[in-house]
Design a protein around this ligand. Structure first.
Ligand SMILES: O=c1ccn([C@@H]2O[C@H](COP(=O)(O)O)[C@@H](O)[C@H]2O)c(=O)[nH]1
Length: 231
């Protein structure tokens, strides 16, 4: 079965995003709408992607007081998205409020939590007061997310094997920071190649620039899918 890569639509306007989406098929990939595109194109674009049959991951990483995050999650779920997320560092009460806000929805989206951003290194964590290694902080926040009954976490594929062993099989490990061999990591710091990430236990690969900035994005997507075919 083809692994449905989640393509990150990090574009400055709806027209650019839709020009790319025109070439993709919901049977081939899922789509991620993040802060840049949502800020400029809003719920209307999300609804349009859902109406075209795509499973949409709304990557707004909610991080606020529990009441505000719970209401934001309900609003996001109302757009018909497949998955949405919060920051695990918002804590137990915030994540539980988010989970509870969605629990009785007829078409409940998956709810996951960001552990440590894949752009962060050990040095970055120290600067914000976290002296533990990234992997230890990821494990702490992933355990908390699971205790709050979330469906999974966002982590680096570098932590996937550890999390899979600790948290069991029924927990999504959604991994950005995916870079096919030879491609520029850019601002990402904890990266891994696609096939390696799946072998480590990642359930969902999030890939942006390696696809969206390629001369032929559809060919780039198909090439990655072919590379991971037998993993
Ligand atoms: O820890 C995180 C959480 C989210 N992201 C998002 O994933 C994509 C990655 O894009 P690339 O171009 O493949 O680097 C992007 O939309 C981020 O906002 C992440 O990278 N790390």
């Amino acid at each position: 079965m083809t692994h449905k890569i989640i393509v990150a639509l990090d574009f400055a306007d709806a027209a650019s995003a839709l020009a790319l989406v025109e070439r993709f098929d919901p049977a081939l990939c899922r789509l991620k709408v993040g802060k840049e595109l949502f800020t400029v194109a809003g719920p209307e674009l999300v609804r349009a992607l859902v109406a075209r049959g795509f499973e949409v991951f709304l990557d707004l990483k909610f991080h606020d007081i529990p009441n505000t995050v719970a209401a934001a999650c309900r609003a996001a779920a109302g757009l018909g998205v497949w998955m949405l997320n919060v920051h695990a560092s918002g804590g137990r009460r915030m994540m539980t409020a988010a989970q509870q806000a969605l629990v009785d929805m007829p078409q409940r989206p998956l709810l996951i939590a960001v552990t440590v951003l894949t752009s962060m290194s050990a040095e970055d964590l120290i600067e914000v007061g976290v002296s533990d290694a990234p992997a230890d902080q990821v494990l702490r926040l992933a355990r908390l997310s699971q205790a709050c009954k979330l469906d999974g976490v966002v982590c680096s594929a570098q932590e996937a094997a550890m999390l899979r062993a600790d948290l069991g099989g029924d927990f999504r490990l959604v991994t950005p920071g995916i870079r096919p061999a030879g491609l520029d990591a850019g601002d990402q710091r904890r990266v891994m190649a696609p096939a390696e990430a799946l072998r480590a236990g990642a359930t969902d690969l999030v890939i942006g620039r390696p696809i969206t900035t390629a001369a032929d994005p559809l060919a780039a997507l198909r090439q990655i899918q072919s590379d991971i075919q037998n993993t």
